[in-house]
Design a protein around this ligand. Sequence first.
Ligand SMILES: Cc1cc2nc3c(=O)[nH]c(=O)nc-3n(C[C@H](O)[C@H](O)[C@H](O)COP(=O)(O)OP(=O)(O)OC[C@H]3O[C@@H](n4cnc5c(N)ncnc54)[C@H](O)[C@@H]3O)c2cc1C
Length: 383
Amino acid sequence: MSADYTAIREQVRKLCAQFAGAYWRALDRERAYPQDFVRALTEAGWLAALIPEEYGGSGQPLSAAAAMLEEIHHAGCNGAACHAQMYIMGTLLRHGSAEQKARYLPKIASGELRLQAFGVTEPSSGTDTTALTTSARREGNSYIINGQKIWTSRAEQSDLMLLLARTPPKEQAEKRTDGLSVFLIDMRAAKGAGITIKPIRTMMNHATTEVFFDNVRVPAAQLIGVEGEGFRYILSGMNAERILIAAECIGDAKWFIDKAVAYAKERVVFGRPIGQNQGVQFPLAQAYAKMRAAELVVERAASLFEAGAVSGAEANMAKLLAADASWEAANACVQTHGGFGFAEDYDVERKFRETRLYQVAPISTNLILSYLAEHVLGLPRSY
Ligand SMILES: Cc1cc2nc3c(=O)[nH]c(=O)nc-3n(C[C@H](O)[C@H](O)[C@H](O)COP(=O)(O)OP(=O)(O)OC[C@H]3O[C@@H](n4cnc5c(N)ncnc54)[C@H](O)[C@@H]3O)c2cc1C
């Protein structure tokens, strides 16, 4: 990030100070959605950061949004409850019609409409997105949608969902990536008319679900861009998602390191602070150095994104390195805390569970490594 966004960081920190560990612990126990936190971010306008001013947002660059999410995580909060409200609209902004943008973006910017559900992953296709089978069949002025999505996070807290579905059958497509289309589904209309949402309980508090589509009729006007081009549209949004989630991981790593350093200074065993032992210092120093290196790669990816020059490799490397940095810092933090690393009241075990996700989602480490091996190093495709 060329700018350091000091003012933004300070304001976000101030907001997050109202949502301390006890708030998150109580929600975590109940697996409840952080309504008040999300409302506060929405009212302060942070979730509309990337929406251009002409549509009511603040038209900030991606690196400003990254700074906000990093601060949220550095403060011990969890942006996963609402980060998608920031970036899912990017597909609509880049590929929607003027009418669609005028209709939806101002309401998304004000928070009146929540667009924070992204239906891509399916139970049988998994990471192999082009194998998805949820279908959208054209019938007059509508599409009829049938199929199932899994891990559709925040579906219960969204008014709109961005859905990737197959339009013509797979056999008719020339390339694997052809024939997928993107729809903006009005969940409010569809909930009683063919959409069923089932929450999935996970190891951390993450409002994720399975979504079933049973003959859901969607007006043809809800197709984004050109039918069959949807995979390309989704890919263009994934780079932003990866960079922003990487920034959250940097925030997590900073939280773990701060927390561990404070504890190492204060906890006295054998008559001296545990942080005086190199066996305690070195894992924290390692985690710090790796976090700082990952932070540079994330900043570089964000600048390239803003210049319209980011590649999948840069965005993927940012996500890979930042997720590894947060996971290493998480482990070092638990170890530094000894038994208290496992006690709920210290928040360490909660953050540990939360940051573990980023080894798997939104793309797993293995898939990033295969991407780099194939597309950067020129090795044969392995799958
Ligand atoms: C809490 C949570 C929230 C999520 N939110 C969303 C969401 O909002 N919207 C959405 O669409 N999806 C979401 N996801 C889905 C997420 O993107 C996927 O879980 C992730 O991409 C991995 O896909 P999978 O679970 O199907 O794993 P699989 O594809 O079944 O893979 C399982 C394991 O095998 C490895 N693997 C598979 N193929 C290969 C290969 N060729 N080479 C090497 N290793 C391989 C993977 O790396 C992984 O470790 C979410 C997932 C979770 C857990």
